[in-house]
Design a protein around this ligand. Structure first.
Ligand SMILES: NC(=O)c1ccc[n+]([C@@H]2O[C@H](COP(=O)([O-])OP(=O)(O)OC[C@H]3O[C@@H](n4cnc5c(N)ncnc54)[C@H](OP(=O)(O)O)[C@@H]3O)[C@@H](O)[C@H]2O)c1
Length: 293
């Protein structure tokens, strides 16, 4: 099975490429600029700027993929709000180009979306009405619609607040930021009044593997099983690593305003994935231990 993974230099993309290559799939990793994932003999890296439709068509022609896993995105909500044209280009138009290229092959298109397509009153199920609160969420919802209307076999996967191990060259996820700050003896302010269901990146990779192996179509929420505030996550990290949790200062969203609106009560329900994919994510504490220790 030939798999194209976009966003291969990104946090999820790197873990996904390595996981699938280790399982023996022929992985074609599409990244921008030089390769930032470890070299692997089952993995072929292609430097592709996805906003160029010609480059996209060319790489699809040379690979003739069976599966496309689209993780590439402008994934920071604040940046999307500041640069709306670039956000539309990278999150919506790129998805359009990939779908266009997919039409020439019998492709299963697996699209990474987000809990940010929803508003308040989470955790949300796959059957809840989208109501994005910021431009990033809007752009990801537009991309979902393109995928669903493209006439290709497709699956939409929605994770939440992804974390996991990092290696050199990767940007630290939230748990590493907490660890690094506390190790340096610096205090940090972390919000108490937002809820999330953080996703361990290897649970996400395993869920995606089930989806492609069993050709599952539709929408699947692949998130964690614990509902936590960022403050609770930070305290868990401190305790596990043996750092001073008193350096973590609890604040409310009102005391710590962010440039774009985020839902307070977010998170995703995973009952469907647990029932249909045998999805059995790690607990947050266990996954943090696996990521940091
Ligand atoms: N991180 C989370 O907590 C989270 C939560 C829910 C959903 N998601 C979704 O999950 C997916 C993966 O997220 P992530 O955090 O792993 O993302 P990430 O680390 O920001 O990686 C995204 C990758 O996409 C690449 N990319 C963006 N535009 C491109 C273009 N025009 N051409 C080529 N490459 C391009 C970026 O390239 P550069 O490295 O060159 O910039 C980057 O390597 C995204 O679709 C995101 O919306 C993420």
């Amino acid at each position: 099975m030939k798999i194209i993974v976009t966003g291969a230099n990104g946090f999820t993309g790197q873990h996904l490429c390595i996981t699938l290559a280790n399982k023996g799939f022929e992985v074609h990793a599409l990244g921008r600029g030089p390769q930032r994932i470890a070299v692997h003999n089952q993995l072929t890296y292609h430097n592709v700027e996805l906003t160029s439709v010609r480059s996209v068509l060319r790489v699809f022609d040379s690979v003739a993929p069976d599966v496309v896993i689209h993780t590439a995105a402008m994934s920071k909500p604040d940046e999307c709000d500041r640069n709306r044209d670039a956000c539309l280009q990278n999150n919506v138009e790129v998805t359009r180009y990939l779908l266009e290229a997919s039409r020439y092959f019998p492709v299963h298109f697996i699209h990474l979306s987000t809990d940010f397509i929803f508003g308040e009153n989470g955790p949300h199920s796959e059957y809840d009405e989208p109501e994005p609160l910021n431009f990033y969420g809007e752009s990801k919802l537009m991309a979902e619609k393109l995928v669903q209307e493209a006439g290709v076999v497709n699956t939409i996967v929605r994770p939440v607040f992804i974390y996991g191990p990092v290696w050199e060259g990767q940007r630290p996820s939230f748990i590493h930021w907490v660890k690094n700050k506390l190790t340096a003896g610096e205090s940090i302010k972390v919000v108490t009044d937002q809820q999330r269901t953080p996703t361990y990146v290897y649970d996400l990779c395993n869920g995606i593997e089930q989806i492609l192996m069993f050709k599952k179509e539709g929408v699947y929420h692949l998130a964690g099983k614990n509902i936590l505030s960022p403050y609770e996550m930070a305290v868990t990290v401190a305790k596990l690593v043996g750092l001073d949790a008193k350096l973590i200062i609890p604040v409310t969203s009102a005391e710590f305003p962010e440039p774009v609106q985020r839902a307070k009560k977010s998170g995703l329900r995973i009952d469907k994935a647990m029932a249909e994919l045998d999805y059995a994510p790690h607990g947050f504490e266990e996954a943090v231990r696996l990521s940091l220790l």
